[in-house]
Design a protein around this ligand. Structure first.
Ligand SMILES: Cc1ncc(COP(=O)(O)O)c(C=O)c1O
Length: 468
């Protein structure tokens, strides 16, 4: 680390950004600076001018990131889980360059780019149904919107059942199924009332309750699902879509107790609803399976599947995939698509997605997620064993959360740990509704040496924060 973050260039960039970007977007420091940046105000008030100022990325390769001040970091976030094959994978860059030389933009739903056909065929090949149909889109939220619309067409119902802690995006339709109050409340007047939230039985939280606690958590949660489905039907607003993250990412990498996904699917179908899995974060190998729901086998198979993040190999791309039976609820196009967008099937993103899917297969990244994930998890659990503030390390594959809400843990400990790790050369994100979790979603190409360095720095950062 040449310059302690955030260095002088980062502080200058933060000050410039504060003058041109909507002030809610990028957190520029804890000091309230009015029109200026937190860095400006902190400098003026004599406090640490770097506190909370972000680093500004200038380059990234594999699991490494270079910032504007010339510091090199290990990225344990995959930049919101996107860089599954690592940043700037050479095969993805080649695909981008050769596609860019031929066709950058096409006419997605009118005269489609040829490569859109190829990508949808590849996605159908990895989807969990023998006969799959899909929608391409640009962001995860848009994939969720497409799934919710599909469920409404398939069932004729507008009601939605989602889960406490769930995150599905911030566009109005997806926001309506996102649970966290701070995202919802400012826009409550735009959200319709037909959404119900059932408890999500996190296995680590349940395991604290002694023997049989997981089974009780499962039964209680499924009973709530039944109750909410029945109440919505009785109120004349029956549920058409049951939307669930097979592993809740932003809520703190919460893995449900065994049997939950299958139980939800069974109950949803019995009540006439469509099951939507949001695997925007958990999909494409992150958990050590192609899709996280595979951990629960065939009985957990959804009717619709939302994917995004990793799919584009770094370019914005998402998809809502579904079984042909459910997807054919959409009428055949008569020339005006009912759901589309300008950049649908963007040729560059289709090309990088195809390259990403090839890398995933050829480099056997799904299996590597299990091996490296086990190494990370065992290393962290060992290094933090017996630390009372650490409730545990949870997750699957390379989707892990260190849960920091044990006795004596400082508030928002995950936020503090991310700050501490940054100073030690590691990029991390906090998660959980109170910032009580440190989330790890690194590139699956992380080497064993990088994984060991990650364990050492994350554990040291946790200990530094809880013992402060
Ligand atoms: C599970 C899940 N669903 C949906 C989204 C929204 O995706 P996007 O930010 O691309 O709109 C996210 C983003 O973090 C996510 O984690």
């Amino acid at each position: 680390m040449g310059v302690p973050p955030a260095g002088p260039r980062a502080r200058a960039l933060a000050a410039r950004l504060a003058r041109v970007e909507s002030r809610n977007v990028t957190f520029l420091g804890s000091a309230d600076a009015g029109a200026g940046s937190g860095a400006d105000a902190a400098a003026a008030s004599g406090t640490d001018p770097s506190a909370g100022v972000p680093i500004f990325w200038t380059a990234a390769k594999g699991a490494n990131v270079l910032d504007a001040d010339g510091n090199l970091y290990l990225d344990l976030t995959g930049a919101f889980g996107v860089a599954v094959a690592g940043h700037a994978h050479p095969a993805v860059l080649d695909a981008m360059a050769s596609q860019g030389a031929r066709l950058v933009h096409g006419m997605g739903d009118v005269h489609p780019p040829e490569i859109k056909v190829e990508l949808l065929e590849r996605l159908a090949g990895v989807a969990p149904w023998p006969d799959c149909r899909g929608f391409l889109a640009n962001s995860g939220s848009e994939a969720v919107e497409a799934a919710l619309k599909t469920a409404m067409l398939a069932t004729g119902r507008g009601g939605i059942l989602a889960f406490e802690g769930g995150y599905h995006g911030l566009t109005l339709g997806s926001l309506n199924a996102t649970h966290r109050a701070d995202f919802r409340e400012p826009f409550a007047a735009h959200l319709h009332g037909g959404v119900h939230f059932a408890p999500f039985p996190d296995a680590l939280e349940a395991s604290g309750g002694g023997s049989g606690a997981e089974q009780s958590a499962l039964e209680a949660s499924l009973a709530d699902v039944d109750r909410l489905l029945a109440a919505a039907a009785a109120a004349g607003t029956p549920v058409g879509a049951v939307l669930v993250e097979p592993v809740q990412g932003r809520a703190g990498v919460r893995v449900p107790v065994a049997g939950f996904l299958a139980g939800v699917a069974e109950r949803a179908r019995r009540a006439g609803a469509v099951v939507i899995h949001d695997e925007i974060f958990s999909g494409f190998g992150r958990t050590g399976r192609m899709f996280a729901a595979e951990w629960e086998g065939e009985a957990a198979r959804p009717d619709l599947l939302c994917v995004g993040k990793a799919l584009g190999g770094g370019l914005p791309l998402s998809a809502c995939l579904g079984s042909v039976e459910v997807m054919n609820a959409w009428p055949a196009s008569t020339g005006e698509a009912l759901h589309t967008s300008t950049f649908l099937g963007h040729p560059l993103a289709c090309a990088t997605a195809l390259a990403f899917l090839t890398v995933l297969e050829e480099e056997r990244l799904v299996a590597r997620a299990t091996a490296t994930g086990d190494r990370l998890r065992a290393g962290l659990a060992g290094a933090l064993d017996g630390v009372p503030q650490v409730r545990g390390v949870r997750g699957r594959g390379m989707f892990l959360g260190v849960v920091l809400d044990g006795p004596g843990a400082p508030p928002a400990a995950g936020v503090r740990v991310a700050e501490e790790a940054l100073r030690r050369g590691v990029i991390l994100l906090p998660a959980g509704s109170k910032g009580e979790v440190v989330e790890l979603s690194p590139p699956l190409v992380l080497t064993p040496a990088q994984a060991d360095a990650a364990v050492e720095i994350v554990a040291a950062s946790v200990l530094a924060v809880v013992r402060r």
